[in-house]
Design a protein around this ligand. Structure first.
Ligand code: ADP
Ligand code: ZN
Length: 722
């Protein structure tokens, strides 16, 4: 391709690559972020290697000029290869993956300063109640007008009024102000011999500047974090960047604090909760190679680090690494690919590695590094099963007597307890005793969940919400609505009734929605201001509370319901994880798992502490079923607001399915969530042999079909939810 042409992926998933003329005086190269005309509009895009994206040649005379190029380093080659691989493997449009990589335009809005607003603390003139309330909600926070309006839950106009009035003033933020540099020698740990061995291997891998995937396997509290910090220290020493991926934003705050204790300052955080100015500052520092350590959610994988030296995926078995919207991808697997393109080691850290990951170790593709036992004096907790049939809770209660006695004793000793139930809200289902009416979401195949603290029923899938009704909308009976089953709020109520003098905290995404809230929770736990925590999976990870000695799993069977092929594995991981919160200090811990099936293999393995037995049996079961990693699945989801339209397309896809020995196609059938956010969903499930190129087959199969824009077809490769 002659020098004055450029092939560009524009940010429109419906379009393939397009060619443009590069006007005189403009210099672009592969990776350059540009502005391109499309019809009457302007679109952002990225220049790509033309020979990697074959497309129809357009005559010179028909080319339009590129309109501008961003004042930012080009997207590095490793990211370009990663975007291609992700698009290929997950059958997602290049532009869709690229849009994710360019993270909501941080790459385009590229000025070195940004103007934010904050309260002046003075209130000149008269206040309307709305303005007063806005100021109160904003407090000492700052941000763009739009961001302040969101915080205060008012219109932009209210904020502008406050600015005019002088109650809010502007502040110029320098998005190029440098981040402090982490010091590898700030507070190095004294590693025990096993830790030192593993750290030595990791340091060497970082030094070799070559791709090497590791599974860092050790029980909770064995010092995995401490050890992978050594790999990061090695990267910092070599002037290279590090990336740590965490499964939840809520874990960022404790991680920042812990990192600062070891390295003298916080790393750069990257997640969806950042303000525009923070995002821009992080992006600029990362793309220039100045941000040495980044910690973030899965989207941090696609950032343009120019010289990444190591990637860590912490709690690598976590299902939240699987993204289920827009581009369906698994961050753990994409992290390994990024390491490959980047020529750097990748460390997957987990106390309960996924069967897929253990299989990679068996195949010799990943190297396993093991840390035996907990660090120091801490012992792994004792795990006891409570048979809910033999030792039932009192009527209308959910905690069995043995668990209650154990918590009594812990509180007596001034220790803390954790009750784990992976269900937000008060009750998962509300029904009318008189007519049997059940509250269902109008947009989804799901029940409305009662949230008593805010007195609303809410759909956890689409966010639809309404005030908790007092009379049945169906039969108009009064006082007839009953809450069925427990959520964390209900368990907290029970705990309040049992221990009226205890301080009880509920920890879910409803209560810990910001890093500041998470930090506050940690502080209160550490200062003993909380006696009992009632929480969802949010509380099972990362935290280290030495005085927490009793853990109660309220309903260990919860995750076993449903047709999920990983249900047993997930239950095992989740309960091991929550058990890992108990007895982390010098005081021993005990975990109680309440179950209706104490004989189930997963419960037995938990009680005996024999993880290997569990993994062996589970692996055999998967092998027999040809389930991952011994076989492959891909789900084809067809959805539309019009039921018939979705069904028709799904049927057509089903009829044209290739007949091959290597695979079987099931369906179409209504998807497990037959309606989601107002869209009717059908699903076809492809089950194939491991070595079969499912993607290629699906590309060809679906590529031959057309459907109306009313219908959306997405492919979920290696799906999680069945
Ligand atoms: P994991 O990541 O495997 O759960 P951590 O790295 O969080 O384990 O270690 C558990 C606890 O033990 C932490 O409080 C950590 O600071 C402490 N610890 C682990 N190794 C060491 C060490 N070598 N020196 C001092 N403290 C350590
Ligand atoms: Zn809904």
């Amino acid at each position: 391709m002659p020098g004055n042409r450029a092939r560009v992926i524009v940010m429109n998933s419906a379009l393939g690559p397009l060619d443009y003329r590069v006007p005189q005086g403009m210099a672009v190269e592969p990776g350059s972020i540009v502005v391109a005309p499309l019809g009457p509009r302007q679109l952002a895009g990225v220049v790509w290697e033309a020979d990697r994206l074959p497309t129809e040649e357009v005559g010179d005379n028909r080319l339009r000029n590129l309109m501008g190029v961003a004042d930012a380093p080009p997207i590095p080659e490793a990211v370009r290869r990663l975007v291609e691989w992700t698009s290929d493997y997950y059958l997602a449009p290049l532009a869709g993956v690229l849009r994710m990589a360019l993270s909501s335009s941080a790459a385009f809005e590229n000025a070195p300063t940004i103007v934010e607003y904050r309260a002046t603390g003075q209130v000149p003139g008269r206040m309307t109640p709305q303005r007063e309330q806005a100021l109160e909600r904003i407090g000492d926070r700052q941000g763009l007008v739009r961001e302040l309006a969101t915080i205060a839950d008012v219109s932009d106009g209210v904020i502008r009024g406050l600015i005019k009035q002088g109650a809010i003033e502007s502040v110029v933020i320098d998005t190029d102000s440098p981040y402090p540099r982490p010091e590898p020698g700030f507070a190095p740990p004294h590693l025990n011999p096993a830790q030192a061995d593993v750290a030595g291997i990791l340091r060497q891998a970082v030094g070799s500047e070559s791709f090497q995937p590791f599974l860092l396997d050790g029980v909770t509290g064995s010092g995995k974090t401490e050890v992978y910090f050594e790999a990061i220290a090695a990267a910092i020493d070599a002037g290279r960047q590090s990336l740590v991926l965490l499964p939840e934003i809520a874990l960022t705050e404790p991680f920042l604090t812990r990192f600062a204790k070891r390295f003298g300052c916080e790393p750069v955080a990257w997640h969806s909760g950042l303000r525009t100015s923070q995002r821009r500052r992080a992006w600029r520092a990362i793309s220039r190679g100045e941000a040495l350590v980044t910690v973030g959610a899965r989207s941090a994988l696609f950032l343009p680090y120019p010289n990444l030296g190591v990637i860590v995926v912490d709690e690598a078995h976590e299902t939240s690494f699987k993204q289920e919207s827009e581009v369906h991808y698994h961050a753990r697997d994409v992290a390994v690919m990024r390491g490959k393109f980047q020529h750097c080691p990748v460390i997957l850290a987990s106390a309960t590695p996924a069967i897929e990951t253990r299989n990679q170790v068996e195949l010799g593709r990943y190297e396993e590094l093991k840390l035996p036992g907990r660090y120091g004096k801490a012992e792994l907790p004792e795990i006891e099963a409570i048979d809910l049939i033999a030792e039932p809770p009192a009527r209308g209660r959910w905690l069995s007597p043995r668990l209650v006695v154990a918590i009594d004793a812990a509180l007596e000793r001034k220790e803390q307890a954790l009750l784990f139930l992976n269900r937000r809200g008060y009750a998962p289902l509300t029904l009318c005793r008189t007519c049997g009416h059940r509250f269902q979401c109008p947009n989804c195949t799901a029940w409305m969940v009662e949230h008593r603290l805010i007195r609303r029923l809410t759909c956890h899938h689409c966010g639809h919400t309404l005030p908790t009704p007092e009379i049945c909308p169906e039969c108009e009976a009064e006082d007839s609505l009953v809450a069925c089953g427990p959520g964390v709020e209900r368990i907290a109520d029970e705990a309040k009734a049992l221990w009226p003098n205890a301080n009880i905290a509920i920890v879910t995404s409803d209560t810990l929605w910001s890093p500041a809230k998470a930090a506050e929770f940690v502080r209160r736990m550490e200062h003993g201001e909380i006696d009992i925590v009632v929480g969802t999976q949010l509380v099972t990870k990362g935290y280290h509370f030495p005085d927490l000695t009793v853990v109660g799993v309220v309903d260990a069977d919860l995750g076993l319901d449903g047709g999920d092929l990983r249900a047993a594995e997930r239950t095992f991981q989740q309960i091991m994880q929550v058990s890992g919160r108990a007895g982390r200090g010098e005081k021993p811990g005990t975990v109680f798992i309440q179950t209706h099936s104490p004989d189930a293999q997963v419960m037995q393995a938990l009680v005996s502490g024999d993880a290997e037995a569990f993994y062996a049996a589970e692996t055999e079961a998967r092998r027999d079923a040809g389930a991952p990693p011994f076989g492959r699945y891909a789900a084809i989801i067809v959805s539309s607001e019009e039921k018939q339209a979705a069904e028709d397309v799904a049927q057509r896809i089903g009829r044209t399915a290739p007949r091959l020995d290597e695979m079987t196609v099931y369906g179409p059938a209504p998807a497990p969530l037959a309606m989601l956010r107002g869209r009717h969903r059908y699903r076809l499930l492809v089950h194939a042999r491991r070595a079969f190129d499912v993607q290629d087959m699906i590309r060809e199969w679906l590529g031959a079909l057309e459907w109306s824009p009313k219908v959306r077809v997405i492919v979920d490769v290696d799906p999680y939810s069945f």
